[in-house]
Design a protein around this ligand. Structure first.
Ligand code: GTP
Ligand code: MG
Length: 377
């Protein structure tokens, strides 16, 4: 049931911390140094790792902790406090809402757009998608495949069109049709970085001018497997757009999840969602406690997603596939994290494949999970 069969970040970090503690009879400087080393080498980043250990030392002093075993839960609590951005973890709940999805190529923007569109559709919201990644020939085609699957409309122009013009037309369409949620796909790569950032600024200006009344979210999509590169991406995109939240993708089966802690800490940005697979339901609301506890949850990474899933009144963190009784459960059937063999694949002019993972035949029924699970009231 876990979303990664390999030992992922959580299992691995837990194991390393567990080993360090097991070998030490007491809490001392040597243990602290070793823990710091473990955090740094788990992609958590130097500054953030040092902050965690500094806080740990403080807690040990103040709470007179003596047993190394007590250290584990303290680290989890510290991590939780670093990633818990309170209200900012929620999506805006006023409509019309326009969501701009940004991030480098291959990060998972288009896939995440499809996942989000499905969530909003399940909530009964009307959705359209804007194919404002006009740089890559296959980008709009890929978005269109997803739009068809989810059952939402897409606004697209030809390849090489001005992305801002697509945004402009999408806004007019959204207004004319009284659409609740407009989600804009953007290019992850242009001829050069400066172009990319200029385009983003231009799109934002269009939205400011044409859709001032809409609520805004700008989600930066970061691929967990890129580790520390995600930090420089956050820096760059953060300077070109007002990022309101992060989506960390590919947390299934990666040993590099520590980046989530670094981004939340260094940039003071809320992680709103995590991507845990290639399929439409492989999206989870980011849950700080579940995330932190997963570090020590035992070998099964499923704990990251499990919190609250069986509690009918709690906000389930996952838009899940269903057990036979219709209760949302943990997703991640694509355990290998690899492209599904039955994926739809098309060759395009530039040789790039339009590749969209196959969906399981079972479609989630309308029902309990329709509640606004990711808005944590
Ligand atoms: N394992 C896994 N794969 C993912 C996840 N999200 C996206 N992917 C895969 O990552 C690849 C790239 O995803 P896209 O959604 O096309 O990325 P993009 O940011 O739109 O890329 P560009 O359009 O090139 O800018 C695809 O093969 C997706 O199936 C995830 O959470 N887990
Ligand atoms: Mg894309």
């Amino acid at each position: 049931m876990a979303f990664g069969v390999k030992k992922s970040f959580f299992g691995k970090l837990q194991e390393r911390i567990g080993d360090a503690i097991l070998l030490r009879p007491r809490i001392d400087d040597a243990l602290m140094d070793e823990l710091e080393e473990i955090l740094i080498t788990s992609d958590i980043g130097m500054a953030t790792s040092m902050r965690i250990i500094e806080q740990l030392r403080e807690d040990v002093r103040q709470q007179r902790l003596a047993e190394p075993s007590e250290v584990e839960s303290r680290i989890a609590q510290i991590v939780e406090s670093l990633v818990d951005k309170g209200e900012r973890l929620k999506m805006r709940e006023d409509y019309p809402l326009i969501i701009l999805m940004i991030g480098v190529n291959g990060g998972g923007k288009t896939t995440t757009i499809a996942k989000l569109a499905a969530v909003y559709k399940d909530m009964g919201k009307s959705v359209i998608l804007a194919a404002a990644d006009t740089f890559r020939a296959a980008a709009a085609d890929q978005l269109e495949v997803w739009a068809g699957r989810v059952g939402v409309d897409i606004i697209r122009h030809g390849e090489g069109a001005d992305p801002s013009a697509v945004v402009y037309d999408s806004i007019q369409a959204a207004k004319a049709r009284g659409i609740d949620v407009l989600i804009c796909d953007t290019a992850g790569r242009l001829h050069n970085k400066k172009n990319l950032m200029n385009e983003l600024e231009k799109m934002n200006k269009i939205i400011d001018r044409e859709y001032a009344e809409a609520a805004r979210e700008t989600l930066l999509v970061l691929d967990a497997t890129t580790g520390k590169n995600a930090v420089s991406q956050a820096k760059e995109f953060g300077s070109a757009a007002e990022v309101t939240g992060i989506v960390i993708t590919k947390l299934d089966g990666t040993a590099k999840g520590g980046i989530a802690i670094t981004i939340a800490d260094e940039f003071d940005l809320p992680i709103k969602f995590i991507g845990v697979g290639e399929r439409i339901r492989d999206l989870a609301a980011f849950d700080p406690r579940a995330f932190a506890e997963s570090i020590f949850a035992g070998a099964d990474d499923g704990a990251l997603l499990a919190s609250g899933a069986e509690d009918d009144d709690a906000t389930p963190p996952v838009v899940g596939a269903h057990d036979s009784d219709g209760v949302p459960s943990i997703v991640g059937e694509n355990d290998s994290g690899e492209q599904s063999p039955e994926a739809d694949t098309d060759e395009t002019d530039d040789g790039a494949a339009v590749s969209v993972a196959e969906e399981p035949a079972e479609k989630p029924a309308a029902g309990k999970e329709k509640k606004r699970w990711f808005f944590r009231s």
